[in-house]
Design a protein around this ligand. Structure first.
Ligand code: PMP
Length: 292
């Protein structure tokens, strides 16, 4: 595997970082996870925009232009000969000393990995996911905004540790006021009375790229409204349908929360339609990796 590391392509075994890199010492950095489908990189510009926005929010100057970042991403996929796969872009604060002061870090570290992806089992899409509410609350925007896709994922990791031994496929996280925020690694939607609803950005969640694509598909292709607001567990328990969205999961039906069936307990009609529309859109859109 060829890895992009600070302007060069190196073999996986040579792709080494300093133990003084603040990405490692403090989780000080940002990242993106991107899919490639059918020889194209999915929503590449949207992911690059979010990467630079995350960096801006933590006052991290990415030492290359967006155009160069896009080219480096495409070239990494090319060098690994992939048509479909998963791309990880990481920018850390760079090498500093043992103090956390980021000013001592002179140059951010940039690396890009393009790998194959292990897809979710088809059974999960056919039968739906069972999820539970985690007791770990989503980070408050008053401390660190979950909109920042930072290298510090301990909040989500602690929540996902709660799934161990429960048989649940994902965990729903509430914000500190008890409103539904998102899942540990996915955004969350419910369907109520024919309306598709999802937590508003201010609740504290990642502004998912898949979420945005789904909202567009609902509006443009299905001619329906999407409502963003404040929702409690009551809204989810009594919803007609539920689903989650994410780069890896795409659109996945949720059929149970905390032992209560959602709707019929089977993937809902709107969810199934969106899954299909999303898959079709993913196959036909994206930035070509190998121009003719
Ligand atoms: N929320 C969190 C916490 C995530 O880590 C992710 C990405 N896996 C998502 C939501 C979904 O975002 P996207 O659609 O951009 O992958």
């Amino acid at each position: 595997m060829q890895i992009y590391l600070d302007g060069e392509f190196v073999a996986e075994e040579e792709a080494k970082l300093s133990v003084f890199d603040h990405g490692l010492l403090y989780g000080d950095g940002v990242f993106e996870g991107i899919r490639a489908y059918n020889g194209r990189v999915f929503e590449l510009e949207g992911h690059i925009k979010r990467l630079y926005d995350s960096a801006k929010a933590i006052a991290l100057d990415i030492p290359m232009s967006r155009t160069d970042m896009i080219e480096a991403t495409l070239e990494t996929v090319r060098r690994n000969g992939l048509e479909d796969g998963y791309i990880r872009l990481v920018v850390t604060r760079g090498v500093g000393d043992l103090g956390l002061n980021p000013v001592k870090c002179e140059k951010p570290t940039v690396f890009i990995i393009a790998a194959t992806i292990r897809l979710y089992a088809e059974k999960m899409y056919r039968d739906g996911l069972k999820i539970i509410t985690c007791s770990t609350r989503r980070n408050t925007p008053q401390a660190i905004d979950p909109a920042v896709k930072s290298l510090n994922y301990l909040n989500n990791i602690l929540a996902s540790l709660e799934l161990r031994g429960t048989g649940a496929h994902e965990g729903l996280m509430l914000n500190t006021d008890g409103y539904v925020a998102e899942c540990t690694a996915d955004n969350f939607f419910i369907v109520r009375d024919g309306c598709i609803v999802t937590p508003a950005p201010g609740v504290g969640a990642l502004r998912g790229i898949t979420r945005a694509v789904v909202m567009n598909l609902v509006r443009e292709e299905m001619g329906r409204e999407v409502e963003e607001g404040l929702y409690t567990l009551y809204d989810v328990y009594t919803a007609d349908e539920a689903f989650l969205t994410g780069t890896a999961a795409e659109v996945a039906p949720v059929v149970e929360l905390d032992g209560r069936s959602i709707g019929s307990g089977r993937p809902g009609e709107m969810t199934l339609e969106l899954m299909e529309r999303f898959r079709a859109y993913a196959q036909r859109s994206g930035t070509p990796i190998y121009p003719d």
